[in-house]
Design a protein around this ligand. Sequence first.
Ligand code: CP
Length: 293
Amino acid sequence: MDIMKHLINTADFNKTTIRKLFDRAKQFKSGNIPQSLEGKLVITIFFENSTRTRSSFEVAAKRLGAEVVSLDVAKSSSSKGETLYDTAANLDAMGPNAIIVRHKNAGVPKILSNYVNCPIINGGDGAHAHPTQALLDLFTIMHYFPDPEGKKIAIVGDIKNSRVANSNIELLSRFGLDITLVAPPHFMPRIKAFRKTHSLHEVLDDVDIIMSLRTQTERHTNQIYASLKDYATDFCVTKSLIGDRDIMIMHPGPVNRNIDIDDALLADPRCKVLEQVKNGVFVRMAVLEYLID
Ligand code: CP
């Protein structure tokens, strides 16, 4: 019997699998889209808000012919005291072919994967992991840098509280990218393996890519800056700061305009934020098809 495959964090997929997924995503991107998930049912359960991830998964599933049911958590029986386990077990009893879950607590997708009979895909859990975001980020990077080994990337912002940073650090380092972490002391994780600096200016002449991150105020136990504007003074990636340097600018969204990246740079062709979103659908199509097979 095949072991059920899940996607809880990026380490669940080896490099060979990821390269195959990216080849498949490229086929989808070129317009070759089969109805390979016709007759399949995908359920999304998002206990935290989402603009991109939920809709991207739903579009991806529908493009491949699957039916999609989205549990409206606010109107579900969770509000009547139903446990997370019971919610998942009841949905599982309806026979879905995959469940995509987002939760504010790290570890929830992993726990659920022990109680259901279909693949669980982590749509983001607390500050732990956001695997499909990292996959679509790497896919976008590899469009411009087909061999990413040795390419230099600065991850800038609230790294300590970011599941996107965690997943990207694991994935990008595995593909040989040279990572520098740029953050104020309170947002710097304790991991030792990477170059770290508190100065954005310090890295500008030495990077191919900047990945800016949102300050995750919802995960801060106390207010660290007097205002986000104070933070932006030191860490906002602006067009004037980048100048004419050939640096690819990324951000997973949601962007806090003029806090994370300024308006002028968001409108600059070097900024790939919407391209990341576009690629996200193709990468998630490949992930769904692979896990549901
Ligand atoms: N990048 C990302 O996870 O965005 P959403 O929170 O809108 O899904």
